[in-house]
Design a protein around this ligand. Sequence first.
Ligand SMILES: NC(=O)c1ccc[n+]([C@@H]2O[C@H](COP(=O)([O-])OP(=O)(O)OC[C@H]3O[C@@H](n4cnc5c(N)ncnc54)[C@H](OP(=O)(O)O)[C@@H]3O)[C@@H](O)[C@H]2O)c1
Length: 347
Amino acid sequence: MPPFRLVFLGFGNVGQALLQLCMDKRDELRQSFGIEWSTVGIVTARHGSAIDPRGIDPDRALAMAAAGESLAPLSRRQAPPDPLAFIHDCEADMLLENTPVNYADGQPAAAHLRAGLERGMHAITANKGPVVHAYRELTVRAAALGRRFLFEATVMGGTPIFSLWRTALLGARLLSFRGILNSTTNLILSRMEAGASFDDAVAQAQALGIAETDPRGDTQGWDAAIKVAALVTVLMDQPLKPSAVPRQGIENLQPEDIAAAARQGARWKLVCHAEQTPDGVSASVAPQMVDPADPLFSVMGTSAAVTFTTDVLGPLTIRESESPSISGPRSTAYGLLADMISAVRGT
Ligand SMILES: NC(=O)c1ccc[n+]([C@@H]2O[C@H](COP(=O)([O-])OP(=O)(O)OC[C@H]3O[C@@H](n4cnc5c(N)ncnc54)[C@H](OP(=O)(O)O)[C@@H]3O)[C@@H](O)[C@H]2O)c1
């Protein structure tokens, strides 16, 4: 079988971690799934783009990206700088879209994913924007074209959530969920519990590469809200925009609040919640004081967890604990890799 031709749209933390993971698992992919792969395109915003139907050297691409160099010298021919033109110009089997999230409308990622599908590629992303703003459209379009639109990595990174519902929880109806879906704020709250101020805790999260330079997407609850919207949109089949999720971040929590909770044996968590009601879906993101009986109490640092309530099972909790040996981008990359295998196998 000829190799699957991969195009990386966005080659930052996640795109690079995915290429590295594909290299690390090259033998497993071949032996267990019959998958050979080759990178035929890489697109970035400010670090050039490269196109080579015969395959870009992945080691060189990773080394150049790590050095902050332009990828243009890797290109066999002039690569169109505009991502849409690039997609139209590139023969490939999978579009791996990992550009920054746009909370407002999911663009331009949604348009890029649609263009990839229309060019015959599976469309796979870690970007939450297209999920909340174009889930139905992209899923229907993919099905009509015999391709897949998959996005496991968007919520809790590589932890199986969407594939769990797609392949295992068949016929179950999701009534509600509650969880910690933003690991940056969880880390900040954990550090504040250990005595750090809010600003110091944010700086520590930034130093670890977990919080962005502008951390407000996390600390104001936007990232948590878009994840709630993604779960509701896909798993409850009710389109919900992040702006429609009542949202409160952690910026108003003071060290005194953290200390007062600790005196009661409790702690603060940024809790995501949604439930089906007779009037539709009620959803929220807000700090809550949780006690030791709560399954979220022991979710510390960059760990994350979600409990699903269904019509057929008792509460089902999925939890990913932080690991010093596995970085956030690598576990996110695993979600994308699992989607690549699902797309090939049709699962
Ligand atoms: N980091 C994580 O652990 C994690 C976890 C789950 C989900 N995600 C999601 O994964 C996506 C990527 O995150 P990241 O951490 O890899 O971001 P990042 O490090 O900032 O990388 C973003 C990449 O996208 C490129 N880019 C930006 N705008 C573009 C455009 N319009 N067209 C083409 N390329 C464009 C950037 O180019 P330049 O290099 O030239 O700037 C860069 O290569 C985001 O949607 C994020 O929310 C990330």
